[in-house]
Write a protein that binds this ligand. Structure first.
Ligand SMILES: [Fe+2]
Length: 468
C-alpha cells in the first residue's frame, strides 16, 4: 500500500494494517488459562495516509489493538484513535503533515507536528486515554468498543497538554501527569482525581527545554526528570529541533509532593544519562528508590552501511540497562547502582504495586538488527538484577509485555505475562501467554489474531473487574 522506500518502518513486521476488524483468536497451542480475565490493549503507530517524505516510526497514526481474554477465549479488535489531525487528513483524503524527519514549514499553520496519540494508553476514570510522547490532549476511548470519545478536558477542569507515561496510582485512582515543551518553565506536573478532575497542577522549572519521557511516583511523591539531552537554542529559536547529550550536566530528578507547591520540590543529582522508562519507585526509610532502564549513551554513532536511514537508525537505537537510584531525603544525596548490563527496555510490572515496593519487572530484549524490535522477554528480580529469559525465536518479534495477575492472585508474580508476537516470515501475529512464575518455559497458550498486528509501542492490562 505504501511506498516502502519512505522507511524501513513501513515494511515487514512494521507495515501498517488498513482494516479495522473484530474477530475471535484461534488457539494454536496450549490452553488459555481460565483464571485470566481482562483486556490487553496496545497502542502503536499505524499510518493511514501515504506519508509525505521520509517516515519515522514515531509518525504513524495511533491505533489500539485490544485482546479480551475471558472464559478461556480471546477476541480481538483494532481501531485507529480518531485524533483531530487524522480527521483533517481523512477529510482532505491525504496526509497534511510531514513527519519528524522532514521540515515542518509545509505543515498546517500553528501545528508543527500531528498529534497522533500513538504512544501510550492508560485506563482512568472509566475510559482508556491514548497519549502522545510529544504531549497533547489525552484522547478518550471506550475500552469495550474502542470508539474514540474525544479529547479529555478532565470534566471541564483542564485544557492543557499531557505527556505519554502519565500514570494511574492503583491505591488512590489518581492520574499523575506531566507535560514538557520549548517554553519556560519547560515542564508541569499535575494530578487528576479518580473521577478525572484536575486537583493540582504546578510548574517544574527546568534550566532549559528537555525531552523527558516518563515519570515515577511513590505514595507521597512524584519523580520528574531533567536529563541532559539538550536543545540547540539558536536552532530552536528558528523552530528547528536539534538535540545533543551534554555529559557535563548531571541527570536531575525532581521529587515533588503529589499535592504540594512548586516551592516543595527537591532536586537530586545523578550521573548523566537518559531514561526512556522507569519500572517503579517507592519509599524506604528516608530514601526514595527508583528502578528504571538507564541509557548511558543516548546518541549512538551512525553506521554508514545503513544507507539513507543511518541517521534515523542511530536516533532510534536503544542501548539501556536496568539500574537503581536512591534519593535520600535526609541527606539530599543520591546513590545509584547498575542492576544488569543486558540491553532491555519497555519494562512492565504488576501495576497494582506501582508506587509501592516491588521486586519483579518484565522487560523486552532489544534485538540486534538496525530497526528497533523486541526478540524476547526477561523477568527481572529488581533487587539482585538476576533474570530469567525467553527468546521468541527466529523471525519472531514481540511487543511490550504487560503482567496480568491471575484471578485471586496471591504473590507478586502470581499471574501471566502477555506479548503480541509477529512472525516476520509468515506475516502473522499471535498472542503469547506466559506463566509469570516461569517465563523461560515458553507460552502456556498461543493464539493467532484475526489479522497481523504491526510492531508498536506501549501496552496495558486491565483486569476484568476494572472494566465494568
Ligand atoms: Fe515510552
Amino acid at each position: 500500500m505504501f511506498d516502502p522506500a519512505r522507511s524501513p518502518y513501513l515494511q515487514g513486521s512494521y507495515a501498517p494494517v488498513s482494516a479495522e476488524v473484530d474477530g475471535e483468536c484461534e488457539l494454536v497451542a496450549g490452553e488459555v488459562p481460565r483464571d485470566l480475565d481482562g483486556l490487553l490493549v496496545r497502542n502503536g503507530p499505524n499510518a493511514r495516509h501515504e506519508p509525505r517524505g521520509r517516515y519515522h516510526w514515531f509518525d504513524g497514526d495511533g491505533m489500539l489493538h485490544a485482546l479480551r481474554v475471558k472464559g478461556g477465549r480471546v477476541t480481538y479488535k483494532n481501531r485507529w484513535v480518531r485524533t483531530s489531525g487524522l480527521s483533517r487528513e481523512d477529510a482532505a483524503g491525504h496526509a497534511l503533515w510531514s513527519g519528524i524527519m522532514e521540515p515542518i514549514r509545509d505543515n498546517p499553520a500553528g501545528i508543527p507536528y500531528k498529534d497522533t496519540a500513538n504512544t501510550d494508553v492508560v485506563h482512568h476514570a472509566g475510559a482508556l486515554k491514548a497519549l502522545w510522547y510529544l504531549c497533547g490532549p489525552p484522547y478518550k476511548v471506550d475500552p469495550v468498543t474502542l470508539e474514540t470519545l474525544g479529547k479529555d478536558d478532565f470534566a471541564g477542569t483542564f485544557k492543557g497538554k499531557v505527556s505519554a507515561h502519565s500514570k494511574v496510582d492503583p491505591r488512590t485512582g489518581e492520574l499523575l501527569f506531566f507535560d514538557y515543551g520549548p517554553i519556560a518553565p519547560y515542564m508541569h506536573f499535575g494530578v487528576a482525581d479518580a473521577e478525572g478532575r484536575v486537583v493540582n497542577h504546578m510548574p517544574i522549572e527546568l534550566p532549559g527545554p528537555r525531552l523527558p519521557h516518563d515519570l515515577a511516583f511513590t505514595e507521597r511523591f512524584a519523580i520528574l526528570m531533567d536529563l541532559p539531552v539538550v536543545f540547540d537554542m539558536d536552532l530552536l529559536a528558528k523552530g528547528r529541533w536539534r538535540t545533543s547529550f551534554d555529559r557535563s550536566l548531571p541527570a536531575r530528578f525532581a521529587v515533588a509532593p503529589r499535592r504540594g507547591l512548586p516551592t516543595d520540590v527537591r532536586w537530586f543529582e545523578a550521573e548523566p544519562c537518559y531514561i526512556y522508562h522507569s519500572v517503579n519507585a517507592w519509599e524506604e526509610g528516608s530514601e526514595i528508590v527508583m528502578v528504571g532502564c538507564r541509557v548511558a549513551e543516548p546518541f549512538q554513532p551512525t553506521r554508514p552501511e545503513e544507507g539513507p536511514w543511518a541517521v534515523m537508525m542511530a536516533t532510534l537505537r536503544i542501548q539501556a540497562a536496568l539500574h537503581e537510584w536512591r534519593f535520600d531525603l535526609a541527606t539530599g544525596k543520591t546513590r545509584e547502582r547498575a542492576l544488569d548490563d543486558a540491553n532491555t527496555e519497555f519494562p512492565t510490572m504488576d501495576r497494582r504495586r506501582l508506587g509501592q515496593r516491588s521486586r519483579n519487572a518484565y522487560n523486552v530484549l532489544i534485538g540486534s538488527e538496525p530497526t528497533v524490535y523486541f526478540d524476547g522477554v526477561a523477568k527481572y528480580d529488581t533487587e539482585t538484577g538476576r533474570s530469567e529469559r525467553l527468546v521468541f525465536g527466529p523471525g519472531r518479534r514481540g511487543s511490550e509485555s504487560p503482567f496480568a495477575p491471575r484471578v485471586g492472585a496471591a504473590g507478586e508474580d502470581d499471574g501471566y505475562v502477555m506479548s503480541i508476537v509477529h512472525d516476520e516470515r509468515e506475516g502473522r501475529s499471535e498472542l503469547w501467554i506466559l506463566d509469570a512464575k516461569d517465563v523461560a518455559r515458553g507460552p502456556v497458550a498461543r493464539l493467532r489474531t484475526p489479522q497481523r498486528v504491526p510492531l508498536g509501542f506501549h501496552a496495558l492490562w486491565i483486569a476484568g473487574h476494572d472494566l465494568a
